[in-house]
Design a protein around this ligand. Structure first.
Ligand code: BTN
Length: 315
């Protein structure tokens, strides 16, 4: 238990009660209270004790730690920074330094966030921007499956914790009411048949204001729920959900997830185009197969696609 959890249990809490629960001296309690105040918490003190004033916009390492109800077995270290150029770049540097699997870097704001095909990713204060270092024992060809897993984890997190139903636009955009609420970026390093590392970046629009030019295409959770959302709570819920999926994936492979992915898929059985880099494939989107490949029924037969940009073909 940490001091935030103690202060959240009841209001107000006396100094010696906090000391007793945390097994520290009253002087140490005062020191921790001061550190929290410096970190941005509002803590009122009176003769009845300390009262923590809750603020959903507070997003820092204490908040994240206190929301991670169970000890995570993969994502064991979560490091928070107020601002970074990009959590993705930061974790890729750690990966090269041989950091262990499960290292997560979160930023309150990114000044140089990027998405797939190096597109600029708007990352103001109020959103959730993080990257995870993963080291799965899989063939490099299988890493796109991780992006599919991440989008299922996010879809489940939104549904279970906020009652928000979302769709997955293949491969890994998460949409609510047909607008993008989150994007996932999976980058990796491999040598021949061995995957050295995978860095999975997730960007979720939560309480952030979206730039005007994105308003027609993107949406935030705050707009959907008509209230601000506790960002660290969402991160903790996501990490717990993802870990369960990731562990099940190690044990039994991807096949167990493909039905769920297809159920949640946007524009399924609809005419779509896929930009595969070397050309455009058009046809009916039949969903993914057991291997996680997208199956498109074209005028010449069936195409199986591993990566690309899908667009709905509007009549
Ligand atoms: C996309 O939809 O194109 C993927 C967007 C991924 C954005 C996240 S935010 C956290 C991490 N850091 C980055 O610079 N990018 C990813």
């Amino acid at each position: 238990m940490n001091i935030i959890e103690v202060l959240s249990m009841e209001k107000p809490v006396l100094e010696n009660e906090i000391g007793r629960i945390l097994k520290i001296s009253r002087a140490a309690v005062r020191k921790q209270i001061n550190t929290l105040k410096q970190a941005g918490y509002t803590i009122k003190s009176s003769s009845d004790g300390y009262t923590l004033i809750k603020d959903v916009d507070l997003f820092n390492e204490y908040e994240i730690e206190s929301k991670l109800k169970k000890q995570l077995s993969v994502c064991k270290t979560v490091k928070y920074y107020k601002e970074l150029p990009s959590t993705q770049t930061a974790v890729k540097k750690l990966a090269e330094k041989d950091f262990r699997e499960g290292f997560v870097v979160v930023a309150g704001k990114q000044t140089n966030g990027y998405g797939r095909i190096r597109r600029e990713w708007s990352s103001n204060d109020g959103g959730l921007w993080f990257s995870m270092l993963l080291k799965p024992s899989i063939h490099p060809k299988e890493t796109p499956k991780l992006a599919l897993l991440l989008s299922i984890a996010l879809n489940r997190t939104l549904e279970k914790n906020y009652g928000v139903s979302s769709k997955i636009k293949w491969p890994n955009d998460v949409l609510v009411l047909d607008k993008k609420i989150a994007g996932i970026l999976v980058e990796m390093s491999a040598k021949q048949d061995i995957t050295n590392w995978v860095v999975a970046g997730v960007g979720i629009n939560i309480n952030n204001n979206l730039p005007k030019d994105l308003e027609g295409f993107a949406v935030s959770l705050k707009t959907i729920l008509k209230k601000r959302v506790d960002i660290s709570g969402l991160l903790a819920a996501f990490l717990m959900e993802f870990e369960n999926l990731y562990i099940a994936f190690w044990k039994k492979g991807f096949k167990q997830f493909y039905d769920e992915y297809n159920d949640k898929m946007a524009y399924r059985n609809k005419p779509v185009t896929i930009d595969v880099g070397y050309g455009i494939i058009s046809g009916i989107n039949l969903g993914i197969d057991e291997e996680g490949k997208l199956v498109i029924k074209t005028s010449n037969g069936f195409e199986k696609i591993i990566s690309g940009t899908l667009r709905e073909l509007k009549k």
